[in-house]
Design a protein around this ligand. Structure first.
Ligand SMILES: NC(=O)c1ccc[n+]([C@@H]2O[C@H](COP(=O)([O-])OP(=O)(O)OC[C@H]3O[C@@H](n4cnc5c(N)ncnc54)[C@H](OP(=O)(O)O)[C@@H]3O)[C@@H](O)[C@H]2O)c1
Length: 209
């Protein structure tokens, strides 16, 4: 399974490091090979990870991890790519569209980000997972104290979910639960919102004491 990552920030660094350590060659696609993010990724000297353009990364892989932020930029970044480079492929969606107002809320009330992205890419097979965790906790859950190491995913395409499940196993997740089709990503994104509200509440309380 050839794997690429679109975007070169925090999540891309974490997943490229973990997956290349597991023997997966990873091509990370970025919009500017000289950006601070691209330089930070290159400085990691992961033996199995290399950098290229977004189009090269999309062309080269059968499984593509979307790691573009903020969420409002994802549609723009995807629309710059040749549609054929995404068709029929498994696309991992880790995104959240949380508006950081008081209290934090989701940008869409009628659909999830997962459903929105699947509608943007009707010929691709999107799978939502890992979105509610901070990047560093997406990998090696047992060493982070997440035990039992259970992760879940949602998406419309059973084989794509199987491929992403195998990838999650490689990241250290021991049991993968299939929540159902992409409409179930509403649950996953609500969980991320809860986590954000809890952190915001804790930080606000701490700042008053
Ligand atoms: N960080 C976390 O802990 C965490 C947790 C859960 C979910 N997520 C999700 O994971 C995804 C990636 O987050 P992140 O924290 O890794 O983001 P990040 O560190 O801010 O990196 C974002 C990347 O997106 C690229 N980008 C932004 N706009 C772009 C555009 N129009 N075209 C091409 N590339 C563009 C940036 O390019 P430059 O390098 O050129 O700036 C950068 O490489 C997001 O969907 C986020 O919601 C993150």
């Amino acid at each position: 399974m050839s794997i690429s990552i679109l975007g070169a920030g925090t999540v891309a660094r974490t997943l490229a490091t973990a997956l290349s350590a597991k023997g997966h060659p990873i091509l990370v696609g970025c919009r500017n090979l000289q950006s601070p993010n691209a330089r930070a990724l290159a400085a990691l000297k992961n033996p199995g990870a290399s950098l290229g353009s977004l189009q090269e990364a999309a062309d080269s892989a059968s499984l593509i991890i979307l790691a573009i932020n903020p969420w409002t930029e994802i549609e723009r970044a995807l629309s710059d790519l040749s549609p054929a480079s995404l068709e029929g492929k498994t696309i991992v969606d880790l995104s959240n569209n949380i508006r950081f107002i008081d209290p934090p809320s989701l940008a869409f009330t009628d659909r999830s980000m997962g459903e929105y992205l699947q509608a943007l890419l009707p010929k691709s097979h999107l799978v939502k997972t890992l979105n509610f965790l901070p990047a560093e906790m997406m990998v090696d859950p047992l060493t982070q104290g997440i035990d039992p190491a259970i992760m879940w995913l949602a998406g419309n395409h059973p084989e794509a979910k199987g491929r992403v499940g195998a990838l999650l196993h490689d990241l250290g997740w021991k049991q993968i639960v299939d929540l159902g089709d992409m409409s179930q990503s509403r649950l996953q994104e609500s969980m991320a919102l809860i986590a954000t509200r809890v952190v915001a509440n804790i930080l606000s309380t701490a700042s008053k004491t």
